[in-house]
Design a binder for this molecule. Structure first.
Ligand code: G4P
Length: 533
């Protein structure tokens, strides 16, 4: 049954997305400007360094602050052009990429942010691959045009070649760095001039009269004007019109240029986003069909669990992406994996680090529900029926350690703690079937994850641990032709198990993997695996 018309309107105006980028490309700055346009903040500079206003912080976040990086992700919500936009923040630090991958499972589109001087960087590439895997549409914002960088044609070529995705320039820069004079909006056919001395956000805008437009000569020096004309002529003649369907399939990315810091081009990006960003998408169910977001049945899945957000309450929050229907605080839902009924009594929405109680939310929104240990990543909840969504994959960690606890009597406590933290997705656990949980191997994507682990074991579980690092750097899940886990391999490879009992191999280096593949030609060594629920 389709939901009532008021709720339909609410669902149809939701847009849920995340920004993917390499650290330092300007994600925080762009986020801040988007929130500014959305009226959430009234002065820029509020997102960063708002320590004074952060009412709830934990020691864990203290660690984050000391390191000057963003470990935790939150959800920022704002209204723009009659749309309700949910921007899911992704941790920028490379060590927390797993967390970022999971956030990307909960969005309907992504914005890829690229530093004009640096081009496509390593992290961006990895995150792009996750978007590609999900076939979500990707917008591209080329940032820092007020600084020297690559010329736009070279950059577009680089994006297309490195990522294997076509680009469609929506805007085109007029010069760059010292000579940056504005952008041409190919959709609205307007020239927007950038004045470094401008006050406020006023931009001079003129209708574009074609490449002979005299204003180009008025604002640009002779050489830049000629270059812009050559570039515009090339792209106008060479490029086919914007193929919306190819964009929605994730095959072509519309590109806008600007400077987040100078708040130039951000509104153009946002307007284009509002016009083309897909609304709440139907979610694939494990049995194959899709769930219509307008269905009158509240359903959702947990994509992130965060412990200890509020030190005073020592709580755990499960972030649920609503896939269909309407959420009402206090409602009763079925927990699919545990096959039990839960009441969602406490729920929050987040604006940066501040949380607000939410009474009503709709498909496309994210709600944080208080968790007393019921939830694991990928868990599904629904009011009616057996609605289980596609798995959220786990990606292979690259660092491995064993842990020893100083006080031997606390071994069991440590095993429980590790189990909790792996449910949360903070780490991955691998066990030798002969030894079991007695001596698990802990896997992480980055160094900092271990640091946070040790800190949390001490802080939340009162366990002082020592890390005994292992030489492994590669984990793969061996599967046969039917996608089933394989428990025996040629070449004497030892098989471990992950927490879902799936066979996994741990190797020292990529070279060993090549060897394993040669020895076992019929086996696929998967880099990611579903979480069995
Ligand atoms: P991140 O979240 O992606 O890691 O990047 P963040 O926004 O923190 O930006 C990284 C640096 O790049 C910051 O400089 C920021 O000011 C700068 N930046 C962001 N966008 C632009 C832009 O459009 N033009 C220019 N010129 N710089 C930009 P910082 O020196 O680290 O900090 P700050 O003192 O400038 O705040």
């Amino acid at each position: 049954m389709i939901i009532d018309t008021t709720s339909q309107k609410e669902i149809l105006r939701r847009r849920t997305f995340a920004i993917i980028s390499h650290p330092d490309a300007g994600k925080t700055t762009l986020t801040e400007k988007l929130l500014y346009h959305g009226g959430v903040i009234h002065e820029t500079g509020e997102v960063k360094g708002k320590s004074g206003t952060k009412a709830v912080t934990s020691d864990w976040m203290e660690l984050e602050r000391q390191k000057g990086i963003s470990i935790t992700s939150s959800v920022m919500t704002f209204d723009y052009n009659s749309l309700r936009i949910n921007l899911l923040d992704t941790p920028g630090h490379k060590d927390f990429s797993e967390d970022t991958y999971r956030v990307l499972m909960a969005v309907d589109s992504a914005a890829m942010l690229i530093d004009v001087a640096k081009g496509v960087e390593e992290r961006t590439k990895k995150l792009y691959e996750v978007c590609r895997y999900r076939q979500i549409p990707i917008f591209t914002f080329v940032n820092k045009l007020d600084r020297e960088g690559k010329d736009p044609l070279t950059l577009i070529d680089e994006i297309e070649k490195t990522l294997g995705m076509q680009c469609y320039p929506v805007t085109w820069p007029l010069g760059i760095g010292q000579r940056f004079k504005g952008i041409y909006n190919r959709v609205t056919k307007e020239l927007m001039f950038y004045d470094q001395r401008r006050e406020g956000d006023e931009t001079l805008t003129y209708p574009f009269q074609g490449i002979d437009d005299p204003r180009i000569d008025e604002f640009l020096d002779k050489e830049s004007a000629q270059q812009v004309r050559d570039e515009l002529e090339l792209i106008e003649t060479a490029l086919p019109p914007f193929d919306v369907q190819a964009f929605l399939n994730g095959e072509i990315s519309p590109v806008t240029f600007g400077s987040a810091k100078q708040n130039f081009g951000v509104d153009t990006f946002l307007n284009f986003f509002c016009k083309y960003a897909p609304g709440v998408q139907p979610r694939k169910r494990r049995e194959g069909s899709e769930m219509n977001p307008l269905e009158d049945n509240f359903t959702g899945f947990v994509f992130k669990i965060q412990a200890n957000m509020d030190r005073r309450h020592r709580d755990r929050v499960a972030f649920v992406r609503i896939c269909s229907g309407k959420f009402e605080r206090g409602m009763k839902v079925q927990h699919m994996r545990l096959k039990k009924e839960l009441r969602l009594a406490y729920s929050n929405q987040f604006v940066a680090a501040d949380r607000e109680t939410v009474d009503v939310a709709y498909a496309g929104d994210i709600v944080g529900v208080n968790d007393t240990g019921n939830f694991a990543i990928g868990d599904c909840i629904a009011v009616n029926g057996n609605i289980v969504y596609e798995d959220i994959p786990k990606f292979a960690p690259e660092l491995f350690t064993k842990l020893s606890v100083k006080d031997a009597l606390k071994r069991t406590k440590m095993q429980d703690a590790l189990r909790h933290l792996s449910e949360e997705g903070a780490i991955q656990l691998f066990i030798d079937p002969l030894v079991g949980m007695q001596d698990p191997i802990v896997g992480a994507v980055g160094e900092l994850q271990f640091e946070v682990l040790a800190h949390r074991l001490q802080d939340e579980y009162n366990l002082e641990v020592k890390l005994n690092r292992l030489s492994f750097s590669v984990a793969r899940w061996p599967k046969d032709k039917n996608g089933q886990g394989v428990s025996e391999l040629k070449g004497g490879l030892q098989i471990y198990r992950d927490m879902n009992e799936q066979p996994v191999i741990l190797l020292n280096q990529e070279w060993d993997l090549k060897w394993a593949e040669r020895e076992n030609p019929d086996i696929e060594f998967a880099h990611s695996i579903s979480r069995t629920r």
